[in-house]
Design a protein around this ligand. Sequence first.
Ligand code: GDP
Length: 336
Amino acid sequence: MDAKLSAGEALSVEDQELVDGLLAGKRRPLAKTITLIESTLLAHQQRARKVVASILPHTGRAIRVGVSGVPGAGKSTFIEVLGIWLIERGHKLAILAVDPSSSLSGGSILGDKTRMEMLCQHEEAFIRPSPSAGSLGGVAAKTREAMLACEAAGYDVILVETVGVGQSETTVAGMVDMFVLLQLPNQGDELQAIKKGIVEIADLVAINKIDINPNHAAVCIAQWKQALHMLRPTSPNWTVPVIGISAMNRIGVDEFWGSIERYRETMTKTGELEQKRRNQALSWMWSMIEGGLKQLFRNNPVVEAELPKLSQQVSQGLITPGAASEKLLDYVRSRD
Ligand code: GDP
């Protein structure tokens, strides 16, 4: 498909060069494209929209895997080991992150340059920290588009890393084909995960650091299996595997990747993977509509003028939230 036609609007010469470089698999144009995607400047956002539209026909071929785990679980150690293992087998992988807390901490995951040092040196690996500005929804939207850019640049494995806090896990699960929980061999963690509602979204559970106490790890694995057995599976055609790994000793990498390939094959055969991606695209559209509407609302000059006063009245109990929101929404309605 002609890239320019699919964009609906022609790209500038500069952006066409960017797209050509990206599609040729060059890292610099890929990094520049992601910078455009992450920019908060309106002009950059408009350019990014066109660039993303023009690369869209070249996306969708990668396997998208989400990896979640609390800080210290061993995510970066494992991703580095897995990454090198994959590169040795001819893959190209991109590692992205969703970490809404990074806007406060200045980038807690992937931001630290000393992480994944070996992987960083490989041409076949592209590592990008979490966008550091915005709400979880905003960060997720940018990461989704960054993921598409990586796919168009020829990366066939996309890993999206996230920390095991807040809503970020559900958000990442909503943008990947398969969601992996990286856990420590702590007894009772499976109950915590059930309480947080994240077990339901896991397609694979990997218990890391089994080297420390293998017997203890075996008990943990059994507990996880039991807990998962009681829950409704993510798919009737998939039993969530629980595997023991040691990132430090490179144990379990082949079993880990074997599970991912088996999942992809099964879900492709049953058509569930395609359906999942379609549903994800639709909910992505809706979250963008919601984000856009919110922005339209906030940008309305009357709303902007009235909002502080009405907010104060609501917090002082002088007007109900319902009445205030109706009043504010009316300003937007009457404008059309
Ligand atoms: P992250 O915060 O989830 O990215 O965790 P890191 O990858 O930074 O690992 C946290 C600590 O656990 C580091 O000191 C690692 O060396 C250590 N670690 C990671 N994997 C293993 C493992 O399989 N066994 C042991 N014993 N330690 C590990």
